[in-house]
Design a protein around this ligand. Structure first.
Ligand code: NAP
Length: 284
């Protein structure tokens, strides 16, 4: 079997080109104003700093702006809430991204939920999540929304398929399961208390690895002809799924790197532009 490579890097580049055109058009009707994504980075985690930088660069590449707010490691929940309130009130900011994870003393859920729904371009608020779950218009969490975009780009059949998502974090596994369910897959959501993970994975037509452990899901668990999506990312370009032997045996596979990562960033930028377009309509 020849496997399709789900090339997130190429699809994200195509999307970025379209977004650049749309951004230029929006600026023209919006008095030259540039859409802005505000990113908040709390603490000094080097990977988080890299992700924030990548997101800012992606905005600039399509003609949008980004504003990065860096807060010290010792920031309190109250201080972070104040900063979010400021950005909520800023008319020139269209999207707010609070980089996860925040230092342990901060109530992350409370801070996520303080973001105005219309500026929640990363789908992290309880309201935004609930609306997405109900199939109402809302920005989905950028990584699973990017995965859905990638699957759709390659016309991967989802309806009626048995999908297994490994990992149930609020930003990745859980919304992934709901998005697949909304697309009419039959979904199993696995986690650390799942009794026989290997058996669950073996039955999947679509496997999504979102477990956060390098090569934790073994290639031998995955059935022939399955679609394999690896959302994991670890230093050295290692995913959550062991890649050996997947090519030639699976129907489609995301590479790591170059699969899910670029789609996450492109989706975040697309959702920020959509928020700016909505804001422009509301104010006109
Ligand atoms: P997370 O918050 O640590 O969640 C990990 C999930 O895996 C949890 O639900 C946990 O179950 C489950 N799990 C842990 N051990 C398990 C086991 N032995 N068997 C089955 N399930 C197990 O991680 P995350 O933030 O969702 O990230 C997951 C991965 O995706 C990481 O590699 C991360 O780097 C990557 N990621 C990539 C992008 C991107 O843009 N490419 C974006 C976000 C995350 P419990 O709920 O029971 O604890």
């Amino acid at each position: 079997m020849s496997s399709i490579i789900l090339d997130g890097k190429a699809v994200a580049a195509q999307l970025a080109a379209a977004l650049a055109t749309e951004t230029a058009a929006l600026k023209q009707v919006n008095g030259g104003r540039t859409p802005i994504l505000a990113t908040i980075l709390v603490g000094d985690d080097p990977s988080s700093a890299t992700y924030v930088k990548m997101k800012g660069n992606a905005c600039r590449r399509i003609g949008m702006d980004s504003r990065t707010i860096v807060l010290p490691q010792a920031t309190t929940t109250e201080e972070l809430l104040e900063k979010i309130d400021e950005l909520n009130a800023a008319p020139d900011v269209h999207g707010i991204l609070l980089q996860h994870p925040v230092p342990h003393q901060i109530d992350e859920r409370k801070c996520f939920d303080r973001i105005k729904t219309e500026k929640d371009v990363d789908g992290v608020t309880t309201t935004g999540f609930g609306m997405m779950a109900m199939n109402e218009p809302a920005f989905g969490s950028a990584t699973p929304a990017g995965i859905m975009r990638l699957l759709r780009h390659y016309d991967v059949p989802i309806e009626g398929k048995r999908a297994v998502v490994v990992g149930r974090s609020p930003i990745l596994g859980k919304p992934m399961a709901l998005m697949l369910s909304n697309a009419n897959a039959t979904v199993t959501l696995c986690h650390s208390r799942t009794i026989d993970l290997e058996d669950e994975v073996r039955r999947a037509d679509i496997v999504v690895g979102a477990v956060g452990k390098p090569h934790f899901i073994r290639a031998s668990w995955i059935k022939e002809g399955a679609v394999v999506v690896d959302a994991g990312y670890h230093p050295g370009g290692i995913g959550d799924i062991e890649p050996d032997g997947l090519l030639g045996r699976c129907k489609a596979v995301t590479p790591v790197p170059g699969g899910v990562g670029p789609m996450t960033i492109a989706t975040l930028v697309a959702q920020t532009l959509a928020a700016a377009q909505r804001a422009a309509k509301t104010s006109s």
